[in-house]
Design a protein around this ligand. Structure first.
Ligand SMILES: [Zn+2]
Ligand SMILES: [Zn+2]
Length: 258
């Protein structure tokens, strides 16, 4: 049996019908929609002028839409992707607790105002220092205690492919900390493509620490639900990871079927 869960997807750019058809073809049983906090009106209000990647939803409306997407063969979960912005974390956290999300997926996309996806204004520090800074931000995010899933821990590899043995060590520490905090580590198919050897370290550390893991693609379009899935599947099988978790009302439920 293949991977049956994808807890990291976005629908603001694509019709659900197409996403659902692809999810069904891929034999997904659970699909979590995790729009960014800046796509939801009530949390966007705390963030000032922020990038938009699609339409903005009111949270109640967002839940209604997700409810209407429920299909017999693919169960839809109510997620949200929390962008780590240290200065407003307490307020964002408070606002999110007011709504019944199934889970919050926490992600670091910025370091001191630098967008990690772009080479523009990339900090002039060594690759090792940059990775450690990235992991420190994720550790801080874990300490805020408001997330169920740590999103794409290796996403920095979009703009920084080099790393040292110390980076591997700190990645292992990060997985261990997530496990201690009962936060699931997302094994993201895009991370696996971007940084295969670090992804292997992350999988091994997850196995050793009995960390909860989730699988996700960060798909914004139907075809992205397939991106890297075969590689992800092999990586998890090789690492003897046979179960993932989903979250329902913020409670972890173990799911077999890798
Ligand atoms: Zn993200
Ligand atoms: Zn995302």
């Amino acid at each position: 049996m293949g991977i049956i869960t994808d807890l990291h997807t976005h629908i603001c750019r694509t019709p659900w019908k197409e996403m659902h058809l692809t999810a069904r073809e891929n034999h997904l049983k659970y699909i979590g929609i995790s729009e960014h906090v800046y796509q939801l009106q009530e949390t966007r209000a705390l963030m000032g002028d922020f990038f938009l990647e699609g339409r903005v939803y009111e949270i109640e409306e967002y839940f209604q839409i997700l409810q209407s997407l429920q299909e017999d063969d693919v169960h839809v979960l109510r997620g949200v992707e929390l962008d780590y912005l240290p200065e407003i974390m307490p307020r964002l956290r408070q606002r999110l607790t007011e709504y019944p999300f199934d889970y919050v997926i926490g992600a670091v996309h910025e370091l001191d105002g630098w967008d990690i996806h772009t080479y523009r204004d990339k900090p002039d520090i060594s690759p090792e220092s940059l990775w450690l800074k990235y992991f420190d931000a994720q550790l801080d995010l874990l300490e805020h205690g408001c997330i169920q899933i740590l999103a794409h821990p290796l996403r920095l590899a979009v703009t920084e492919k080099q790393f040292t043995p110390l980076v591997e060590e700190r990645l292992i520490d990060l997985v261990q900390r997530a496990s201690q905090k009962d936060v699931a580590v997302e094994i993201n198919a895009k991370d696996v493509i971007l940084a295969p050897s670090l992804a292997r370290v992350m999988v091994q550390a997850s196995h050793r620490n009995k960390a909860m893991i989730t699988t996700g693609t960060d798909a914004h379009y139907p075809e992205e639900l397939n991106r890297g899935i075969a590689t992800l599947q092999t990586l998890l099988s090789d690492g003897n990871l046979e179960r993932t978790v989903i979250f329902i009302n913020q409670i972890a439920v173990s799911v077999s079927g890798l």
